[in-house]
Write a protein that binds this ligand. Structure first.
Ligand code: MG
Length: 161
């Protein structure tokens, strides 16, 4: 896999992330994708397990910001439900999106982790912005047509299994 497209860590889901270990490694902030990372595609309601995960991360002391290319108003509702921030700017993989999330968190690239299910938005953008990246498997196979095309490119170009 091309280096710029290779996540630092690849796991089945957010529930497999060792949050305590990340904290001990010095990470203090999380920038996290929404669609297919914490909710099924275009269903902006967090399940009970996801709510628990966010509570755990917050209790440990992590600052958390949602960064989605979906409409900001849709994401804002979910962010308030989860008690986290939402990035003022979107447009992954462009660095303005990641910078705006970092600034909302008062974070630095060095102490922030990016979590998402897509290589060409979450991972590429997070790595280019100098952050530690975690790729998770998509929750749902049903996706926006543009995303389905991206999945094909993830397989062909990035060698994703
Ligand atoms: Mg996603």
């Amino acid at each position: 896999m091309l280096k710029a497209l290779k996540p630092n860590l690849q796991l089945a889901s957010i529930h497999d992330i060792d949050l305590i270990k990340l904290w001990h490694l010095g990470y203090r902030n999380i920038i996290i994708d929404v669609d297919n990372t914490i909710t099924a595609w275009n269903r902006h309601q967090a399940g009970e397990e996801v709510v628990k995960w966010f509570n755990k991360a917050r209790d440990l002391g992590f600052g958390i910001c949602l960064l989605s290319n979906n409409s900001q108003s849709t994401i804002a509702g979910l962010a308030s439900e989860l008690g986290v921030l939402v990035s003022p700017k979107s447009g992954k993989p462009f660095s303005r999106a990641f910078k705006s999330a970092l600034s909302a968190l008062s974070a630095t690239a060095e102490n922030t982790v990016v979590i998402g299910d897509q290589i060409f938005t979450d991972i590429l953008g997070g790595k280019r912005a100098g952050m530690y990246t975690i790729l998770v498997d998509p929750i749902d196979k049903k996706e926006f047509i543009g995303t389905r095309l991206m999945r094909l490119l993830e397989k062909v170009i990035a060698g994703r299994k």
